[in-house]
Unconditional design. Structure first.
Length: 154
């Protein structure tokens, strides 16, 4: 009698579709979240690029200013306009200034911008995933740009 009921259990086809669907559902949800998170990462990356370039253009053309503070405020303005996903407070800004290309090549930099026509702007942004756990998508977006400081030229 036991053998017959066990045989009937394994041969029964009712509920197979529902069981397979429930087994595949977490994978489908994870794949969908990964797709959304990838799109959000690309939008954030593009917004970060545009915000950084516009901020640096405004900061480098402003005479006799604190470039670090100007870059931070311009970056905050640009990111508020461009992307709701990007928070400028999470960005680390570092600026290095060089007298000429030889100093840049030998990495002999200055923290003061006076009479230093080359400015290297570096922005690091730690991307925080929204839909997925942080260990699945742990990125740091780094952008480095070398600009000629218009008002620091001789």
């Amino acid at each position: 009698m036991k053998k017959t009921s066990l045989y009937q259990f394994f041969r029964a086809r009712e509920g197979v579709v529902m069981t397979e669907f429930l087994l595949c559902l977490p994978m489908l949800i994870l794949l969908l979240f990964l797709l959304f998170e990838s799109a959000r990462l690309f939008i954030t990356s593009i917004s970060l690029d545009l915000a950084i370039l516009k901020s640096i253009q405004r900061a480098k053309n402003t005479p006799n200013v604190n470039y670090q503070a100007t870059l931070a405020t311009e970056l905050a303005k640009q990111t508020n306009q461009l992307s709701p996903f990007f928070d400028a407070r999470g960005a680390n800004l570092s600026l290095k200034f060089y007298s000429n290309l030889d100093d840049f090549i030998s990495n002999h930099h200055y923290s003061d911008a006076n009479s230093k026509p080359l400015g290297q702007y570096r922005v690091e942004y730690r991307y925080q995933p929204f839909l997925l756990p942080g260990f699945l998508m742990n990125f740091t977006l780094i952008r480095e740009v070398l600009f000629v400081q218009e008002h620091e030229r001789f």
